[in-house]
Design a protein around this ligand. Structure first.
Ligand code: ADP
Ligand code: ADP
Length: 227
């Protein structure tokens, strides 16, 4: 059974239909890239997958349970999300505290979380910013902090909206290496991107969204043969 099923989902903003009978199923452990032109409805769909928007028609099912029957906390335990412009979800006064938060909540001792947090700071090139307030970071740094924080939450499904947008080569590679590692551990990854090189290198499924419909869903090699 798929871990995530999008069953004939439609959505409009006011009178404007942006998703039309979207059907997509994601198996546990898939690395799915969602691609498509600007305005195709990718962000809208991803906002539905994290429960921020509700389908007008159709339903989204996670692990056999319709979102309508799930409390948002239950959904958040299973799904992590990196916004295109992370801004409002930071909760701590410093970058280090932001990364440590999840561990502290779980009752970890500092001696146990510190090495892991330091490693994340290093990997995401945020060591120099460890004491800074997350709100003072640049957009690229915020996006990296958001991804790093997500990795501390151990959710089953990760959804990322253009995580490499505006990142240099080095940071893009570091981030993708981590996602690859995470994927190798059996996590399900859904990434919206415009970067076809990343789709080719990392994804094992690709969904092309066009004018609010799924125009292709399958293996990247076949997708790239077509286009
Ligand atoms: P994508 O992520 O593929 O660029 P979006 O889901 O952001 O597409 O947008 C799909 C369409 O819906 C676009 O035409 C966009 O302008 C419109 N749209 C997105 N968000 C809103 C909103 N909050 N209100 C009205 N229209 C919106
Ligand atoms: P994306 O490229 O991911 O669609 P945008 O920068 O277009 O992101 O949109 C940023 C925010 O503005 C999103 O929350 C989106 O829902 C909203 N938005 C996008 N288009 C419109 C629109 N035409 N009217 C109102 N809100 C919009």
């Amino acid at each position: 059974e798929p871990i995530l099923q999008i069953n004939n989902v439609s959505f409009s903003y006011k009178n404007r239909t942006v998703l039309e009978e979207v059907k997509l199923s994601v198996q546990k452990g898939d690395f799915l890239a969602i691609v498509g032109p600007n305005g195709a409805g990718k962000s809208t769909l991803s906002q539905m997958l994290i429960g921020l928007l509700q389908p007008e028609h159709g339903e989204i099912v996670i692990d056999g349970v319709s979102y309508e029957k799930l409390r948002s906390e239950a959904l958040m335990r299973q799904i992590g999300f990196v916004f295109q412009n992370p801004e409002h979800q930071f909760i701590a006064d410093s970058v280090e505290e932001e990364l440590a938060y999840g561990f502290k909540v779980q009752g970890w001792k500092e001696a146990d979380w510190k090495p892991y947090v330091n490693e994340l700071l290093d990997t995401f090139q945020l060591t120099e910013q460890a004491a800074q307030n997350p709100f003072s970071l640049s957009q690229g740094q915020k996006r990296r902090l958001s991804v790093a924080t997500m990795l501390t939450n151990d959710q089953e499904i990760l959804i990322l909206d253009e995580p490499t947008f505006g990142q240099d080569q080095e940071n893009t590679e570091a981030l993708m290496a981590l996602l690859k590692d995470w994927h190798a551990r059996g996590k399900t990854i859904i990434m919206i991107t415009h970067d076809m090189d990343l789709v080719y290198q990392y994804a094992d499924h690709v969904a092309l969204l066009q004018s609010g419909k799924v125009a292709y869903h399958g293996h990247p090699s076949i997708f790239f043969q077509r286009s």
